[in-house]
Design a protein around this ligand. Structure first.
Ligand SMILES: *[C@@H]1O[C@H](CO)[C@@H](O)[C@H](O)[C@H]1NC(C)=O
Ligand SMILES: *[C@@H]1O[C@H](CO)[C@@H](O)[C@H](O)[C@H]1NC(C)=O
Length: 298
């Protein structure tokens, strides 16, 4: 029989031996999932995954937002799962082991830094934690609008158009495309941001360039303005104008709606309706990779 005070030392020794024998380290945090962008009024599902070492017993799982605890799971407490009131953090659901918590509804105050902290029992009380940031997105009430375009342009004319976003938070990013190609930076004026009292912002981006024959290669000139917010929102507006050389003219407008389900971080990458703008970053990536490969082999 060992004296009681020697027991923690013995446990420590056992833990060390197990680690050496089986290569199993102590408690480990495997993954923390916090959606980077969450649309106002939707749900945010947070998940924390850990692995216990052979000598570990779970003591607690604690969730914090900006350093303040809002949820705790302590298996041997008489009330094993507890919520702590925190403005903007409403725990709607939680899994029995505290690994999953769902917040609903997301309000502006829900945004911040989330931490999951997992601790093992005595004598070592190993503790692991990780954190990730969440931004609450207020989607624009309408797609980008194009102003200032004329019905017809001739070679040598200046195209001076303006694109404005709806009100959003954070600010919407705008990009111009001429005949499907990103507009050269020389044709762009610096983007302008306007902040409103309610914290929402509007962005506008002006395009200014001289019409050259190459712009009418296929008979008409297409101007597209693409509005995006991180990966949760994209929408574009396109105007098509014809050159004067052709008989008659037409102008068409097209508003393409992208994923507005901002609760899904992956939404923009999903194949679906008018996938071109969403796929553009991947196309660019592919081109870059190809370029690198060619450089390597020459
Ligand atoms: C917890 O979250 C993970 C990751 O999102 C998910 O795969 C799992 O099904 C969730 N488990 C429960 C019990 O909700
Ligand atoms: C573009 O439109 C916005 C919103 O109407 C306006 O505030 C801005 O001054 C315009 N910019 C240019 C360069 O015309």
């Amino acid at each position: 029989m060992l004296p009681t005070h020697a027991q923690p030392t013995l446990l420590l020794l056992v833990a060390m031996l197990l680690t050496r024998e089986y290569g199993v380290t102590s408690l480990e945090l495997l993954e923390l999932r916090v959606p980077a962008h969450v649309a106002l009024g939707t749900r945010a599902a947070l998940a924390c995954r850990w692995a216990l070492g052979p000598a570990d017993v779970l003591y607690s799982v604690k969730w914090y937002k900006d350093g303040k605890e809002f949820f705790r799971h302590v298996p041997r407490d008489h009330e094993p799962r507890r919520k702590f009131p925190l403005p903007g953090v409403d725990v709607e659901k939680s899994s029995p082991n505290g690994a999953n918590v769902t917040l609903y509804p997301a309000v502006l105050e829900t945004g911040g830094r989330y931490r999951c902290e997992v601790s093992g029992e005595r004598p070592l009380f190993p503790t692991v934690s990780d954190h990730a940031d969440m931004v609450i997105v207020a989607l624009p009430d309408h797609g980008p609008t194009i102003t200032g375009s004329r019905l017809r342009y001739q070679i040598g004319d200046r195209v001076q158009v303006n694109c404005s976003s709806g009100r959003s938070r954070p600010a919407t990013r705008l990009a111009w495309y001429i005949n499907g190609e990103p507009a050269p930076s020389l044709a762009l004026l610096p983007a302008m941001h306007e902040k409103h009292e309610d914290g929402l912002e509007t962005t506008s981006l002006a395009l200014d360039f001289k019409v050259k024959p190459k712009h009418f290669r296929k008979g008409d000139l297409k101007l597209k303005c693409l509005a995006t917010i991180a990966t949760v929102y994209w929408r574009s507006n396109e105007e098509s104008v014809q050159g004067d050389k052709l008989k008659g003219y037409s102008r068409s407008r097209e508003l393409t709606e992208g994923a507005s389900r901002a609760d899904r971080v992956q939404a923009a990458g999903k194949p679906g309706a008018a996938a071109a703008p969403a796929l553009a970053p991947y196309t660019l990536l592919a081109v870059t990779i190809l370029h690198v490969l060619l450089n390597k082999h020459t």
